[in-house]
Design a protein around this ligand. Structure first.
Ligand code: ADP
Ligand code: ASP
Ligand code: MG
Length: 413
């Protein structure tokens, strides 16, 4: 079981979480619980680091930001004990959850769950702080923002859990963020692939890495609400959202929707380099240095060359890398040979995702038509086998998501 930040925010909520956990144990399950820091706590800690030194040491950042989860894991163990359950906390280094040493964005390499499993078998509930691990150097690491989802899936895989229940502040995965579109519908099932695409294009309900890990390890993941009454049915019967394989879905859903979900992402910035000469190697000269600097380029468009054999190249990078990107390109202005560099961080990427796209034509044109009818201009486009993304003005984000939700006939009551 994993409980997110909103579910862990304060004594009353942790008490409720403890009761949900207790009920699972009473139903005969051995339980490991992964918890997040209280909502807002990690942001607060990150700010302290920035104030200390804008170019802070990532290893010390990890020491600071991992503390939020240490607090909630101890508190949940206490609440469980108050209910008469046996429970103890297992910090990342105690399990141990072994990661690489990429501080602030570490990857889990191995979980040695033997001692924890023995304790669970004796009836003790294991409470594990999410988001943290330990590097080969013995130092504390964290897994990147939203990383408790990944901790939960990794622990589930390590203890060979029957299921990994992700309890959050919404009762499942919806066709789009239910906080933006009131008519969003809850999905009973979504495939790993679709969830992976949705997470990677901005549906923050699950961290992207947790979904790829679940897919790789075959972990059954369910997303459901922790805001339930004591008399609500147990997780085994709660209609949350199950992440399933393609084959499983075939058997479950006779009427597949064309589009499964819509996501918005405001964390990208657009850069345009004008009047680049239209010759082999010109584009490589731009993106080579960015790749070397570990900057992830997402959408790319190159215009057809104009008369003079010159072309414009437009692409997007994460906003957090915008300043570095500009500096790198500025330095290389002569080698690349562009005329001007334009940038805009007030853009949003809107994506529609669905495996139904594989067998249906016209998904993209429906998108373009619906946006055009509302006067929303498209600045860039990318597609994959099961996704179409467009870049638009950030101010039009909510409107675009709502318009597309209606256009693909996804609106609920
Ligand atoms: P937690 O603290 O439990 O990890 P998060 O805030 O990380 O919770 O994720 C839950 C939030 O994800 C919801 O409150 C919702 O606003 C947002 N969200 C975005 N897209 C979706 C979607 N398609 N379905 C459900 N929730 C979504
Ligand atoms: N507390 C961490 C964060 O806010 C990890 C998590 O909650 O998933 O990013
Ligand atoms: Mg989260």
């Amino acid at each position: 079981m994993k409980f997110g930040g909103t579910s862990m925010a304060g004594t009353e909520r942790i008490r409720r979480v403890a009761r949900i956990v207790q009920r699972q144990q009473a139903a005969g399950h051995e339980v490991a619980v992964v918890v997040s820091a209280m909502a807002g706590e990690t942001d607060r800690l990150v700010n302290f680091c920035r104030e200390a030194n804008p170019l802070y040491d990532p290893a010390e950042y990890d020491v600071v930001v991992a503390s939020g989860e240490q607090v909630t894991s101890g508190l949940l163990a206490m609440h469980l004990q108050a209910l008469g359950c046996k429970a103890r906390s297992w910090l990342g280094w105690q399990v141990p959850i072994k990661t690489d040493d990429a501080h602030a964005k570490a990857r889990i390499e191995d979980i040695d769950a033997e001692a924890m499993l023995a304790s669970m078998a004796s009836g003790e509930i294991a409470v594990i702080p999410g988001f943290q691990g330990v590097a080969p150097t013995g130092r504390v690491t964290t897994l990147g923002r939203g990383g408790s989802d990944t901790s939960a899936v990794a622990v589930a895989a390590a203890v060979k859990a029957d299921r990994c229940d992700i309890y959050t502040d919404v009762d499942g995965v919806y066709t789009t963020d239910p906080r933006i579109v009131a008519k969003a519908r809850k999905l009973k099932n979504v495939t790993y692939e679709e969830m992976l695409e949705l997470a990677s294009v901005g549906s923050k309900v699950l961290q992207t890495r947790s979904v790829s890990l679940a897919m790789k390890e075959g972990v059954r993941v369910q997303v459901l609400s922790s805001f339930i009454d004591d008399d609500a049915p147990a997780a085994d019967t709660i209609p949350g959202t199950m992440i399933v394989s393609d084959e499983e879905l075939e058997g479950l859903d006779m009427e597949r929707q064309l589009i499964t979900g819509i996501a918005a992402d405001k964390n990208e910035a657009k850069i345009t380099l004008t009047r680049i000469s239209d010759r082999p190697g010109a584009v490589a000269a731009i993106f080579g240095p960015l790749a070397a600097a570990n900057i992830n380029v997402d959408m790319i468009i190159q215009n057809i060359a104009k008369d003079k054999g010159e072309t414009d190249v437009t692409f997007t990078v994460p906003i957090s890398d915008l300043a570095r990107t500009q500096a790198l390109l500025e330095e290389r202005k002569d080698t690349i040979g562009y005329y001007r560099m334009l940038s805009n961080s007030k853009v949003a990427k809107i994506s529609v995702v669905g495996v139904g796209m594989r067998s249906h034509a016209g998904v993209a044109s429906t998108m373009f038509r619906a946006l055009a009818d509302r006067g929303i201009n498209i600045q860039a486009i990318t597609t994959s086998e099961i996704k179409v993304s467009v870049l638009i003005d950030e101010d039009e984000t909510e409107l675009a998501v709502r318009v597309l939700h209606t256009a693909y006939e996804m609106d609920g009551e």
